[in-house]
Design a protein around this ligand. Structure first.
Ligand SMILES: Cc1cc2nc3c(=O)[nH]c(=O)nc-3n(C[C@H](O)[C@H](O)[C@H](O)COP(=O)(O)O)c2cc1C
Length: 413
């Protein structure tokens, strides 16, 4: 039997606590995003298909990216209990000779103003506010000097493609050093451009061409087009080639003849730290350590180059075991959550980079969208650490992580 009573008006009023409506539509939209996937959904709604697909897609059958994300989904955490934690955890770390408030940085991405007109300026300013490093790509759409202006006191990193015309690359490295960029990422997984089939199917080119398909697609996305047409022309800030299909542009920037010899030249040119990005096996990691690099990034370029490439997260434990004491190891590809970052640090990565997570935030809401991306990842990192029973990143250990698929023995190189 249920006992019933007449509701009292005062009790009803208690229940009726309406929140003040958020009148700022952008803030309302971004506050509703609780995960990076939520930001991706907003980004997709607001960005023309060709630009969204350029960001979201990867190479060939997109297997590299799917596997990299699956590897993170296959993480099982093992928490420690009753660790007498305080209310806060320390997420700060030292990487490549300097500090970062969080164990991730914004990865270098080309064509960034195409995704949303604020582009790298939004990324660099958000990184400055959060105390994390920002990386500018050789194919960036904002100049080295403008990025410095957006992040004047924080850490800026420069990503270098060693191009056919070596002098252009060397000049860029020197310009970045002059502007106070403290670390250079030499990207090595791009002897040629990967086959981004979505771009081919979309007929994607820079600048975007208007045809019946793009016009229909533009109708529900007027703000992107408004931004595109009313802000400075989309250009590569550091390169002279300005137009063509993405494949043509990338192939112009990349050179299949680059070799280990180029590393020595860059080393002499750039006074800061030299990190090689796109390392994909133990043998190359060892060779790079012998050549004296300051760090390596285990990465397959977000799955945008070689499809069916090794999953960086799977490679991590072995590379850490072999060279972890001799160099600093960072990792990227597939990171969509703070938990992915925590798992990477637990398995010995010193640091991580996020590419698409940043760009989804940018497309969802410019600078505020990138702030939201950082907020979501920070929140997830802090909560995961607390639930694991650790107060600092240094306390994270391989015993906190089981890779479920890795229980099956794999062929070793
Ligand atoms: C749209 C886009 C453009 C990129 N451009 C570059 C680039 O110019 N140079 C580079 O070294 N890496 C580039 N990358 C790769 C990223 O630096 C990073 O390795 C990758 O995005 C990590 O994977 P994630 O997107 O899953 O985080 C790009 C990635 C994306 C998504």
């Amino acid at each position: 039997m249920v006992t019933r009573q007449v509701p009292k008006p005062s009790e009803l009023f208690e229940l009726m606590k309406f929140k003040k409506p958020q009148l700022n539509a952008k803030k309302r939209r971004l506050d509703a995003a609780l995960t990076i996937n939520d930001l991706r959904t907003i980004a997709k709604r607001r960005t023309p298909k060709a630009a969204f697909d350029y960001t979201d897609g990867s190479a060939e059958d997109e297997i590299s990216l799917a596997r990299a994300r699956q590897a993170f989904l296959d993480v099982e955490f093992s928490p420690s209990i009753l660790r007498g934690l305080s209310d806060t955890v320390d997420t700060s770390t030292e990487i490549f000779g300097g500090p970062s408030a969080l164990p991730f940085a914004i990865a270098p991405t080309g064509f960034t103003r195409l995704m949303q007109t604020e582009g790298e300026t939004a990324g660099a300013a958000a990184a400055a506010a959060a105390g994390i490093p920002f990386t500018l790509s050789t194919l960036g759409t904002t100049s080295i000097e403008k990025v410095k202006e957006a992040n004047p006191n924080g850490r800026n990193w420069f990503q270098l493609y060693v191009m056919r015309e070596r002098e252009i690359s060397y000049d860029l490295a020197q310009r970045a050093a002059k502007a106070g960029f403290d670390t250079l990422f030499f990207t090595v997984d791009t002897p040629v451009a990967g086959a981004r089939l979505r771009d081919k199917r979309n007929g994607f080119s820079i600048p975007p061409q208007l045809n019946p398909g793009t016009i229909v697609n533009a109708i529900p996305r007027p703000w992107w087009w408004w931004d595109f047409l009313t802000t400075p022309k989309l250009e590569f800030a550091s390169l002279s080639s300005t137009g063509g299909t993405v494949g043509e542009l990338l192939n112009a920037a990349m050179d299949p003849t680059i070799s280990f010899d180029d590393l020595a030249v860059i080393r002499d040119l750039f006074p800061g730290k030299i990190v090689v990005k796109g390392v994909q096996n133990v043998a190359d990691s060892k060779k790079l350590v012998d050549l004296g690099v300051d760090g390596i990034v285990l990465s397959n370029h977000g799955g945008r180059q070689l499809d069916r490439a090794p999953v960086p997260f799977h490679l991590l434990p072995e590379v850490v075991r072999e060279v972890g004491n001799d160099t600093e190891i960072a990792i990227d590809t597939g990171i969509m959550s703070g938990a992915d970052i925590v798992a990477s640090i637990a398995l010995g990565a010193k640091f991580t980079l996020v590419g698409r997570a940043y760009l989804y935030g940018l497309m969802a809401g410019g600078r505020e969208g990138v702030d939201r991306m950082i907020h979501i990842l920070r929140d997830q990192i802090e909560r995961t650490m607390k639930l694991l029973g650790v107060a600092t990143l240094q306390e994270l250990a391989p015993t906190h992580v089981t890779q479920l698929q890795r229980l099956i023995p794999r062929r070793t190189a």
